[in-house]
Design a binder for this molecule. Structure first.
Ligand SMILES: Cc1ncc(COP(=O)(O)O)c(C=O)c1O
Length: 383
């Protein structure tokens, strides 16, 4: 352990209501799938939660001016985005923000542009509110890299009012460059699209010196047509506490978003608010060490996978998620094949990409080494 925080510490998560660890409970399957990390939250977050629990009263909660100030300052610090506090709409989660955005924009039957492979709910939530999914698949692959396909977006946008954008991108790990954002912005403007930009992974940039530019900062027009979704949950490993926010500069769009929430979206729970405040205001030193540790994990994983038959890994510029192409494996169900070899990954089919697997490397290095051993056995069994 070289820093102040011990990310190598083994943690028992079985029997803690963990979705990740419960899925293959009772079997010798190492679960590296759903996107939470096998690390304890930053110590100031745990201290703040302890103090709040000690109080013992858990009535209805309301984000106060101090939490708003903390979020405004966090966005200013992390990506130099100076927002007006009035633009903030608090949410109990990001996915619910995606659904509300789909409901708030357009009418039933309108199209929503999505760019698979992409985080599964992007592909599923539009139809929950009677919108039509208009796919504009990303171009490229794990070897040449993933990029936008402007032609596909043009085609998909023709019948659409909304575009769901993942920035940085889960699962392909791209931290989009300014020229790519500008290209997307031009398309959105030309087709008069509202863009819902999911920026939940924006503080998990693994390239030293990389910066995140919120899509809403690209131009005046993007500022008014973008719904930006942010949360402390991926960065500080708090997803079970459900606290997020939509940042919407345009008053009319914000009002429509608010109406689409009414009666269905609950308040953020009191512990989520407490955790978010502590994470955004005091989590910096922990995050700096986490990023160093994740870079080490990414490089270790890339090194181990380089020699495996039938597996390629995308360059991970951001997130703690590795996107593996195993289409060369001669099996009908690569996910089941990995599970049979003791490794529980996310199935590419959930992202609209059969033949791919997603590996969550937000775990202690010794667990990642074990995962690599199991993956090597799974891959060589087929060679
Ligand atoms: C891109 C992206 N958006 C949203 C979420 C989930 O957000 P929430 O748990 O707040 O609904 C995830 C979780 O993995 C994600 O990767």
């Amino acid at each position: 352990m070289s820093g102040q925080f011990d990310f190598d510490a083994p943690l028992e998560r079985r029997g803690t209501d963990s979705e990740k660890w419960g899925r293959w409970a009772g079997r010798d399957v190492l679960p590296l799938w759903v996107a939470d990390m096998d690390f304890a939250a930053p110590p100031p977050v745990i201290a703040a939660l302890r103090a709040r629990v000690e109080h013992g009263v858990f009535g209805y909660a309301q984000p106060d001016d101090d939490l708003t100030r903390v979020l405004v300052e966090a966005l200013g610090r992390s990506c130099r985005w100076m927002i007006d506090p009035d633009w903030i709409v608090w949410l109990p989660g990001l996915v619910c923000g995606l659904t509300v955005a789909c409901r708030a924009v357009g009418v039933p039957g309108d199209g929503v542009v999505v760019m698979p492979p992409v985080y599964g709910p992007f592909l599923r939530v539009p139809s929950l509110v009677e919108r039509l999914v208009k796919p504009a698949p990303l171009a490229g692959d794990n070897v040449v890299g993933w990029r936008l396909d402007p032609g596909a977006i043009e085609k998909a946008a023709a019948a659409a009012r909304l575009l769901l954008w993942c920035h940085p991108h889960n699962p392909v790990g791209r931290a989009w460059r300014l020229d790519e954002l500008a290209e997307l912005a031009a398309l959105a403007e030309r087709h008069d699209l509202v863009v819902c930009s999911d920026e939940i992974h924006s503080q998990l940039l693994l390239e030293p010196g990389a910066t995140h530019v919120p899509l809403a900062c690209l131009s005046e027009s993007m500022a008014t047509r973008t719904i930006t979704l942010v949360a402390p949950s991926k960065t500080f490993n708090l997803p079970g506490l459900g606290c997020a926010a939509a940042i919407i500069a345009d008053a009319d769009l914000r009002a429509r978003f608010g109406r689409a929430m009414a009666g269905t979206v609950p308040h953020v729970n009191v512990l989520g608010l407490v955790a978010a405040r502590a994470a955004w205001s005091e989590g910096g030193p922990w995050l700096a060490e986490l990023l160093t540790y994740l870079r080490g994990n990414r490089d270790y994983l890339a090194g181990r996978l380089a020699s495996l038959p039938g597996v390629t890994m995308a360059a991970v510029e951001a997130t703690y998620l590795a996107w593996l192409d195993v289409r060369a494996w001669p099996v009908p169900d690569p996910h089941a094949h990995a599970v049979a070899h003791g490794l529980g990954l996310s199935d590419g089919r959930d992202f609209g990409a059969p033949g791919y697997l997603r590996l969550n490397f937000g775990c202690p290095r010794h667990a990642l080494a074990e995962a690599c051993d199991r993956l090597a056995i799974a891959a060589t069994a087929l060679a």
